[in-house]
Ligand binder design. Structure first.
Ligand SMILES: *Cc1c(COP(=O)(O)O)cnc(C)c1O
Length: 394
C-alpha cells in the first residue's frame, strides 16, 4: 500500500475522510462499500478500457516537444490529454463513473459544474449511455458560460440554475447535494475531480491513473526508462495531476511538481494558491487545505482560468504538500497567459489556460539537459479562445 494513496477510511495522512450530513450517509456508504469490488470486475475493466480506446481515443500520445525542449535546453514530453474526446482529461473520470452508476443500478445522473467543462463531460457520457442527466450550475455561471450551456442542452441534459448565495459553483454544489439526498435510490452524483467525501477522491484518482499507466509504457519505448526525472501538472481540484502522478508516487526518484493558480499574485487577495494560503479545514465533505478567513469562512478564489478557480485542493494533494513529496509552485495569470502563447507558437498546440499554468514552470525553474520532463497537457484551448483574444488583443 502506498503511503500517498487513500487508506480504507479515505485518509491521505491527516487529510480526506468523509465529513457529510447524516442524510447523505446512505448514498456515500453504498458507493464506499461497492466501488472497489465493481472496479475490479473483469466486465467493468473490459468496458472501461474499450470506451477509453474507441470513444475517448486513448492511449493519448506522449509527444516529444522538440522546439520547446530546444528553447529550454532539456527534454520535454507532453502527455496529450488535450486530444481526448471533449478536449480534456475530465472524460476519463466521467466514463468510469457512468459505468459505476450503471453497475449500481442507477437510472439518473446529477452533477454540478462551474465553467461547464465537467458538465459537458458528464452530459456526454449520459448521452452515450442513454441515461437522464441533470446538471446544476450557478445562475451567474450560466450567463458567463453560454457555449457550454448550449453543449449540455444539445447533448440532452437538463441544466438547472442555482439562484442562491453567490450563484456560482458552491451554490450549484449545494443544490446537487440536496437533489441527491432526495433521490438516494435511483441517482448517482458524478463529482468531477479528486475532491468530496471518501470514496470520491480515491475513485476519481483510480480512473485518471490511466494517464501515468500509459506514460510509463510510452516513456519506456522512447527513453528506455519508465521514469521521467520530473512530472508536472496543474492543480484545480487535482484530478489531472492525480492521474499523471499516480504510478510515480512511490518512485521517490521522480520529482513531482504541482502547479497552482496565483491569480493576480499569491498575496494580492485575488488568487487560488491553496497550498500557499490554505489552512486545514473541511470543504465538500473532505478535510483538506483550503483558503479561509481567520474565523473559518471560505475565501472567494480567483484565477483567470475557471478550472483552477477553486478554494481547496483534493486531500491527496494536501498530503503531497504537507509530506513534501511534491513541490508546489504558484503561477500568476500573466505568467500562464505568456506560457500558453509560447506553447502555441513553439509547438502548434494551443493549451487550455489551466494547462498553460503548468508550462509556466519552465520560466521559474532551470532544468538539466539530461532531465526528462513530462507535462500533463490536460486540455485544449478552444474553450479559452475569447480569453486569449481579450488578453492579447488579437
Ligand atoms: C477542469 C480542468 C482542470 C482542473 O481540474 P483538475 O481536477 O485539477 O484536473 C485542469 N485542466 C483542464 C484542461 C481542465 O478542464
Amino acid at each position: 500500500m502506498s503511503k500517498y494513496l487513500a487508506d480504507e477510511n479515505g485518509y491521505y495522512g491527516a487529510f480526506g475522510g468523509a465529513f457529510i450530513p447524516e442524510m447523505l450517509y446512505p448514498n456515500t456508504e453504498e458507493l464506499r462499500v461497492n466501488y472497489l469490488e465493481i472496479m475490479e470486475r473483469d466486465s467493468f475493466q473490459k468496458e472501461f478500457k474499450y470506451l477509453l480506446k474507441d470513444y475517448v481515443g486513448r492511449p493519448t500520445p506522449l509527444y516529444y516537444a522538440q522546439r520547446l525542449s530546444d528553447t529550454y535546453g532539456t527534454k520535454i514530453y507532453l502527455k496529450r490529454e488535450d486530444l481526448c474526446h471533449t478536449g480534456a482529461h475530465k472524460v476519463n473520470n466521467t466514463i468510469g463513473q457512468i459505468l459505476m452508476a450503471k453497475a449500481l443500478g442507477k437510472k439518473r445522473i446529477i452533477a454540478e459544474t462551474g465553467a461547464g467543462q465537467h458538465g459537458v463531460a458528464t452530459a456526454t457520457v449520459c448521452a452515450l449511455m442513454g441515461i437522464e442527466c441533470v446538471i446544476y450550475m450557478g445562475e451567474i455561471d450560466i450567463s458567463r458560460q453560454a457555449p457550454n450551456v448550449a453543449r449540455m442542452k444539445l447533448l440532452g441534459a437538463t441544466v438547472r440554475d442555482a439562484t442562491s448565495g453567490s450563484k456560482t459553483l458552491k451554490d450549484a454544489t449545494n443544490e446537487a447535494i440536496r437533489d441527491w439526498i432526495n433521490n438516494p435510490v435511483d441517482t448517482h452524483y458524478i463529482i468531477g475531480s479528486v475532491v468530496g467525501p471518501h470514496p470520491y477522491p480515491d475513485m476519481v484518482a483510480r480512473f485518471q491513473s490511466v494517464i501515468s499507466e500509459e506514460t510509463k509504457k510510452q516513456l519506456l519505448e522512447k527513453e528506455g526508462t519508465e521514469n521521467p526525472t520530473h512530472v508536472i501538472a496543474c492543480v484545480g481540484g487535482g484530478s489531472n495531476a492525480a492521474g499523471q502522478f499516480y504510478h510515480y508516487l512511490d518512485r521517490e526518484e521522480v520529482n513531482i511538481i504541482a502547479v497552482e493558480a496565483a491569480g493576480k499574485g499569491v498575496h494580492s487577495g485575488e488568487s487560488a494558491a491553496t497550498s500557499a494560503l490554505g489552512k486545514v479545514g473541511i470543504i465538500h465533505g473532505s478535510k483538506t487545505l483550503l483558503m479561509q478567513t481567520v474565523d473559518g469562512q471560505i475565501t472567494e478564489p480567483y484565477s483567470i482560468s475557471a478550472g483552477l478557480d477553486y478554494p481547496g485542493i483534493g486531500p491527496m494533494h494536501a498530503h503531497l504538500y504537507s509530506s513534501k513529496r511534491a513541490q508546489f509552485v504558484s503561477i500568476t495569470d500573466a505568467e500562464a497567459m505568456a506560457a500558453g502563447k509560447r506553447l502555441s507558437e513553439l509547438e502548434g498546440i494551443i493549451p487550455a489556460i489551466e494547462t498553460a499554468h503548468a508550462f509556466a514552470v519552465l520560466e521559474h525553474q532551470k532544468f538539466q539537459s539530461d532531465d526528462i520532463i513530462v507535462f500533463n497537457c490536460s486540455g485544449r484551448g478552444d474553450k479559452d479562445l475569447q480569453t486569449y483574444i481579450d488578453y492579447f488583443e488579437l
